[in-house]
Ligand binder design. Structure first.
Ligand code: SF4
Ligand code: SF4
Length: 207
């Protein structure tokens, strides 16, 4: 006799609240059967991630997938309009550094002074030698103010579904660090309450 599945169907489509449905599926995989009726890349990446049981591997998959998605978005739009190594914000006198866009890190000097220096990951050919998700999620005020481009953490189901508030801070604010450094930070759990974690800047790789 044919065995009847006791699992309920969960249908993901372009008109359903896929965040809510995926959350349900993620926590009770044994109770639901997933039917995917959407081509949405974000939804499909979430399903791939749900099927990776090892947390370290899953974090790496999500990190690299989002970096690729963001690279495609930046490269497709090219909002910075570099010309002779000066970006649109620099050409409109919106920033103090003339060249190399916003690839400058901050070095804290004595008496609390902060010095800007070229990011160590910026190569001579003006590409980056690592994948830094915070840099890719960042849009400067010039682009935002002029409605030229924007990237937002909350636009990605893959990030919203898997990471909590502390992890969101890690992913958003660790500029100038390598992929390995950010992932190592992400994989290390903190038991500190969120407010303390935030106030102590514990989400930063180096204080
Ligand atoms: S994000 Fe803004 S500041 Fe950075 S390179 Fe682009 S236009 Fe320049
Ligand atoms: S890590 Fe960020 S700031 Fe540094 S070169 Fe890469 S994109 Fe630019």
């Amino acid at each position: 006799m044919k065995k009847i599945s006791s699992k309920k169907n969960l249908i993901l489509s372009d008109s359903t609240n896929n965040y809510r449905l995926l959350k349900k599926y993620m926590h009770h995989k044994d109770k639901y059967h997933l039917i995917v009726e959407t081509q949405d890349e974000d939804v499909n990446n979430c399903i791939k991630a749900i099927n990776i049981d090892n947390l370290t591997e899953r974090n790496k998959f999500i990190y690299e997938t989002i970096c690729d998605v963001l690279d495609k978005k930046w490269n497709h739009n090219l909002p910075c309009e570099f010309c002779h190594n000066r970006c649109i914000a620099s050409r409109n006198k919106y920033m103090d550094k003339e060249f190399d866009g916003c690839c400058y890190s901050f070095k804290r000097k004595r008496f609390g002074k902060v010095k800007k220096q070229k990011c160590i990951h910026l190569k001579d050919d003006k590409t980056c030698d690592t994948k830094n998700i915070s840099c890719k999620l960042f849009t400067c005020n010039y682009l935002k103010k002029n409605h030229l481009f924007s990237t937002s953490y909350d636009n990605y189901l893959l990030l919203k579904l898997f990471f909590n508030k502390k992890e969101k801070l890690i992913l958003k604010y660790n500029f100038f660090k390598t992929e390995e450094e950010v992932l190592a930070k992400l994989n290390k759990k903190s038991i500190k309450p969120y407010v303390l974690y935030l106030l102590c800047f514990d989400f930063l790789i180096e204080k």
